[in-house]
Design a protein around this ligand. Structure first.
Ligand code: PEP
Length: 263
């Protein structure tokens, strides 16, 4: 099955308003990708609406996180419906920094994914093991535990509404995030194969349709080898997405349209 690759930038808690509008301008000036590719940017919530307005129509915007509840007394949080209303069409769920610094459990991540689907957002559910877990041989068990409640949500969504067909997972080994030490294509491909098998086993045929991104120190030097692997359907990129020239370079490499500098 042909799956449209995704190149997504997670800006985390970086960039100011003037930076993000200039960024959108750089993207617009570069023009759309030369092959079928979904381009997504995840700004902080305060800039979500501005980025959604400024982006060219061939790029889209997502929230970095949404709350598991529909609305209510959750000071500082963002509801999925609000993110959708502000122009988001995607949301991250369960990024390792949310799991680490905000104590998000596997169940809570699944509830967020469910809420996102209900609000018309496509969740990009992030999973990944720490270095210690990998060294202990626990990678698959950790990923299976992270995935189990999410698979139930995706399966139900697929059955009930078809929305699960838009399911996206991101394999982000914690040891590769922000370290400059990307997973090798072999390691990433093995894990992606495992995740796809889990989707196939538990989500009635969703496995072939779901896109599985890799994230963790992706840059212009390693993206082509990673994307060449059959189960790697694109990237979630942190550091190398902060500079539009670097992000555009990765986009061009992913479309096979050259490695030259950004225009
Ligand atoms: C991330 O935080 O999702 C990420 C992949 O970051 P980086 O590309 O900087 O490793």
């Amino acid at each position: 099955m042909k799956r449209t690759p995704i190149v997504a930038g997670n800006w985390k808690m970086n960039l100011l308003g003037s930076d993000v509008t200039a960024y959108a301008g750089s993207l617009a000036a570069a023009g759309p990708p030369e092959t079928d590719l979904d381009i997504v940017l995840f700004p902080t919530p305060v800039y979500l609406a501005a980025v959604a307005r400024a982006m060219p129509d061939w790029a889209s915007v997502g929230a970095q996180d949404v709350h598991a509840e529909e609305k209510g007394a959750y000071t500082g949080d963002v509801a999925a419906g609000q993110a959708r209303d502000a122009g988001a069409v995607w949301t991250l769920a369960g990024h390792s920094e949310r799991r680490q610094y905000h104590g998000e459990s596997n169940t809570e991540v699944a509830r967020k994914a469910e809420r996102a689907l209900g609000a018309g957002l496509t969740p990009v559910v992030c999973v990944g093991e720490t270095l210690e877990q990998r060294q202990q041989g626990e990678t698959e068990a950790i990923l299976d535990a992270q995935l189990a409640p999410v698979l139930a949500v995706l399966d139900a969504a697929d059955t009930d509404t078809g929305a699960g067909g838009g399911a996206v997972l991101a394999y982000e080994p914690v040891w590769a995030i922000g370290t400059g030490l990307s997973a090798s294509p072999e390691i990433a491909a093995a894990v992606h194969g495992h995740l796809r098998q889990a989707l196939n086993d538990h989500c009635s045929g969703l496995g072939d349709a779901a896109r599985i991104l890799y994230g963790g120190s992706v840059n212009a030097d390693n993206c082509e080898d990673l994307l060449a692997r059959p189960d790697i359907d694109g990237f979630l990129i942190g550091g190398a997405s902060l500079d539009p020239a670097s992000f555009l370079r990765i986009i061009r490499l992913c479309t096979g349209s050259g490695s030259g500098p950004a225009p």
